[in-house]
Design a protein around this ligand. Structure first.
Ligand code: SF4
Length: 74
């Protein structure tokens, strides 16, 4: 399971995305477009380069995920 979770550093926050739980709804992309995008499999990933959204925006995007696939740590 852990190998299916990808972890990224985006500015001050660490973001983990549980790929099997992503249902490609794009909510995180809509809420924090400078941070998230969908990859070729339509699964959410963190963009390779910033500048990223601020931590609050990223947290709100994570909270909007209907399957709680995104975990944000400071
Ligand atoms: S909000 Fe959640 S389910 Fe929707 S695209 Fe983002 S990670 Fe996937």
């Amino acid at each position: 399971m852990s190998d299916k979770t990808k972890t990224y550093q985006a500015g001050d926050v660490k973001i983990s995305i549980k790929r099997p739980e992503c249902i490609s709804c794009s909510s995180c992309v809509f809420m924090a477009p400078k941070t998230f995008e969908l990859d070729g499999e339509s699964i959410s990933v963190v963009k390779e380069e910033g500048p990223y959204d601020d931590a609050k925006t990223i947290e709100e995007a994570a909270a909007s995920c209907p399957t709680t696939a995104i975990v944000v740590e400071k």
